[in-house]
Design a protein around this ligand. Structure first.
Ligand code: AHM
Ligand code: MG
Length: 335
């Protein structure tokens, strides 16, 4: 059989040739890939090098930081500053915009969650990194958060790295979604999941059911109908999953379909929801839409939400198109 493996580097160079790019984008992707490989290495070494437990610091969200939250954030900041492609960066772990010194020519803005699902680190369950790339608007000041406050439809690239039983990098530049698996011995990502697509229908949903007492009527109706199975109005049995690691949930949905919900509820609605719009919901929505799925707050397409704050939270419902549309209809009917 002829040898056919394609590296992520070759894949990006091919894209660059196709789009007639200058190489800036390929170089910037390289920095992200290196950062993800380094974080993967640290996640993998875990307790051997003291990467478990808590760091003793609290981030801008008021959450206890884990040593790996801090380390992954430092790796992302350092590796992505080296190429000079970014004018500035923003992270879940930093209150303010991080300006990149000496990058007067940087034309892009990088947003990231360096280690999502970090409550799973100590129990050795999958975590991931999420990133979103925006263009620096003409004349905008990259040291101000205002430059970043662009709706998700403006993203030029989004992706995630999943540190699971294998490490994967999944990516979109607005022309479909492709998945790459890290070969640790070679030190390279190889294309293993070309043209990932989400089936329109599903029999699997994901929600943190411990919050059921706070749910709004449309979410409660949807889940009750799923739980009623074959005898209920949906006339089929549903399965349920909750990993508490959004990267792993979205990856499952890309591979076999499903719907993921972290909706607004009576307890989190004052804060706007649980998940962060700019570096969690938007990049995942871009990927999900590019794979043929849909992403909504329940009342609005997620990527059309106009951000007003770097760390703004938002309700998230995403995955198989027909289920997401059903949830939107339930929200409309509820008023
Ligand atoms: P984090 O960025 O602090 O890790 O929080 C985001 C995570 C998501 O990955 C996941 O979907 C959610 O929080 C789980 O929340 P909960 O613990 O309420 O189930
Ligand atoms: Mg997160």
């Amino acid at each position: 059989m002829p040898y056919k493996r394609i590296t992520l580097t070759h894949f990006l160079l091919e894209e660059q040739r196709r789009l007639g790019g200058t190489g800036a984008f390929t170089s910037l992707m390289h920095d992200i890939i290196t950062a993800c490989k380094m974080v993967s290495h640290e996640v993998n070494r875990g307790a051997l090098v003291g990467n478990h437990g808590i760091a003793g610091t609290v981030n801008v969200q008021g959450e206890d930081q884990k040593p790996l939250d801090v380390l992954a954030n430092d790796i992302f900041l350092h590796m992505n500053a080296l190429g000079g492609n970014y004018a500035a960066m923003a992270s879940e772990e930093l209150e303010d915009v991080h300006s990149v010194k000496g990058s007067a020519d940087g034309k892009y803005l990088l947003l990231f969650d360096p280690l999502d699902g970090s409550s799973n680190i100590d129990v050795n369950i999958s975590v991931g990194s999420i990133f979103s790339i925006l263009k620096l608007p003409e004349g905008a000041d990259p040291t101000s958060a205002d430059a970043f406050l662009q709706p998700g439809v403006k993203q030029v690239c989004a992706g995630y790295a999943l540190y699971g039983s294998s490490t994967m990098l999944v990516l979109t530049t607005g022309k479909g979604v492709n998945g790459f698996t890290l070969d640790r011995d070679v030190g390279m990502f190889f294309l293993t999941h070309p043209d990932m697509t989400i089936p329109a229908d599903t029999k699997e949903f994901a929600i943190n059911a411990s919050r059921a007492r706070f749910w709004e009527p449309p979410v409660k109706r949807y889940v009750d109908e799923c739980l009623a199975g074959k005898e209920g109005p949906r006339e089929k049995d549903f399965n349920m999953r909750w990993i508490a690691s959004m990267v792993a949930e979205v990856h499952r949905i890309l591979v076999r379909g499903g719907v993921f919900m972290y909706p607004a509820d009576a307890e989190n609605t004052k804060k706007g929801g649980k998940l962060r719009l700019m570096y969690e919901a938007n990049p995942m929505s871009f990927i999900v839409e590019q794979a043929g799925g849909a992403a909504t707050t329940g009342r609005q397409r997620l990527m059309e939400v106009q951000p007003t704050n770097l760390h703004q939270r938002v309700p998230v419902i995403l995955g198989s198109r027909n289920e997401v549309e059903r949830l939107e209809a339930y929200h409309r009917e509820a008023g």
